[in-house]
Design a binder for this molecule. Structure first.
Ligand code: PHE
Length: 461
């Protein structure tokens, strides 16, 4: 029988777990990354593929990740080792945990830089910098920030310190308290933005863009577009690197994993779509380019705030809450490595969080320099920040997802997963098992290999 509690603490209720996991899922991935990635790949068809990936791959893998965490009750590395040992399988399965730690460092490094942009924008909004701003001025303001390495470093540092502080305080007092009221507040504000953008911008164009699939556009970009839609699903749901697994390890045995997962995934997807509906009406009304890249929301939203009544207040609130959303995600990225340092190195939580955060902070400096002083250095046509983003979302997280699916579907005995998922052999369980054994691993592998051009290279496509 699995241990019933984690040494790191436990969520006080199932709701606390759902809020924390939804807090992990909802973040820059939904509001910053989703709109500009959808824009880069042409809108509707990308969104459709993304939704299919969330439902058919993301949900079953999230259930698997939570289930593994809850059975192992330790950091992902030790959870995988324990569970593999228990089944008489190679302890090399703990490599899945190590891969997650690597992905976590890479993600946190650039995530903190982008969260820094958000902090900077909250302050600008409060200072009235958006009043009456037009598209050109907004673009110039964004370029000015991104070009200023010292300022980026300051904001990146502040955000990383915020992240370390929460993780250092631990599960119940640190993680749990911070998500309780901030998530609902962000949701309400996003709704306000959608209503405003729909009224002041071109809602019709936005809805057509996001929801009318244009497969010709998707085909133009080919396998890369499909891989990016799947990568976006992994990134947005926080899957494949152990964040959700470690959160699952603090979940009580009697809480329903399936129901929690559906709520988390539904929240995450709703927020992403709302973000799209808040941003694209303004993009089209102001003749901006949907595919203009990572600056999209930072160029678009100030225009909306600049012209709406009370815009300085709404703008400040919006960017402040976006910081919070990023914060509740970044703590979940730092948690797996911190838990491991506590377990295997005997560190205190405080020390573990500081060491982990310092590593990601150093990597983050390389990311932020790639936007200005070091912008001429590129690997495979990408600067370091873009490269980390691509490597994690499109390669490492899906790889982690495949391994999680194989472990939960093929290595763990049926009885074990059945026990975690409610104990009765209903059609829902059988559907999950089918998806996790066959559909998820095969689909992720195909999309991955096709996306990195393997089939083309060997003449199959
Ligand atoms: N899901 C988070 C977001 O959308 C990012 C994240 C990725 C968090 C991976 C944890 C693990 O912003």
């Amino acid at each position: 029988m699995a241990t019933t509690v984690s040494i790191h603490g436990m969520w006080s209720t199932r709701l606390a777990f759902i809020l924390a996991a939804a807090g992990s899922a909802v973040g820059l991935g939904n509001i910053w990354r989703f709109p500009y990635t959808a824009g880069e790949y042409g809108g509707g068809a990308f969104v459709l593929v993304y939704l299919l990936c969330v439902a058919g791959i993301g949900i079953p893998i999230m259930m698997a990740e939570i289930l593994l965490g809850r059975r192992g009750r330790q950091s992902p590395i030790n959870t995988m080792r324990t569970l593999a040992e228990r089944e008489g399988k190679p302890v090399a399965w703990s490599l899945l945990g190590w891969m997650g730690i690597l992905a976590g460092f890479l993600i946190l490094s650039f995530y903190s830089v982008i969260a820094g942009w958000t902090l900077a924008y909250a302050v600008r909004a409060a200072g009235g910098a958006f009043t009456g701003i037009d598209a050109t001025a907004s673009k110039a303001m964004f370029d000015g920030l991104v070009g200023d390495g010292e300022r980026l470093l300051a904001w990146h540092t502040i955000f990383m310190v915020m992240t370390v502080m929460v993780v250092a305080r631990g599960v119940a007092s640190g993680l749990e308290q911070s998500v309780k009221w901030m998530m609902p507040a962000l949701f309400v504000l996003l709704l306000v933005m959608v209503v405003y953008a729909g009224w002041a911008g071109d809602l019709g164009a936005a809805v057509r863009y996001l929801f009318a699939p244009d497969f010709a556009r998707l085909q133009e970009k080919g396998g890369e577009a499909i891989l990016s839609a799947m990568g976006q699903a992994f990134f947005s749901l926080s899957l494949g690197m152990g964040a959700i697994m470690v959160y699952g390890s603090y979940l009580r045995h009697d809480a329903s994993i399936a129901r929690s997962t559906v709520m988390i995934a539904a929240t995450d997807t709703t927020v992403a779509l709302l973000a799209g509906l808040a941003i694209f009406p303004m993009v089209f009304a102001h003749g901006l380019e949907p595919g203009s890249g990572p600056g999209l929301i930072f160029v678009t939203l100030p225009i909306a705030f600049g012209e709406m009544p009370g815009g300085a207040l709404f703008g400040t609130l919006f960017f402040a809450l976006l910081v919070v959303a990023a914060w509740t995600s970044s703590i979940s990225i730092l948690e797996p490595v911190s838990a491991w340092l506590v377990e295997n190195r005997g560190f205190s939580r405080v020390r573990a969080a500081i060491i982990g955060g310092a590593g990601a902070w150093l990597l983050g400096i390389v990311c932020l320099l790639s936007l200005n002083h070091w912008s001429e250095y590129e690997v495979a046509g990408k600067g370091v920040l873009d490269l980390f983003d691509y490597l994690t979302a499109n390669i490492l997280l899906p790889l982690g997802g495949i391994l999680i699916a194989i472990f939960a579907g093929w290595v763990l005995p049926r009885a074990a997963t059945l026990d975690e998922l409610g104990g009765t052999d209903r059609p829902g369980y059988r559907l999950w098992r089918f998806l996790i054994r066959y559909v998820a691993p095969a689909a992720v592998a195909l999309v991955l290999l096709n996306g990195i051009g393997l089939f083309k290279a060997i003449g199959l496509a």
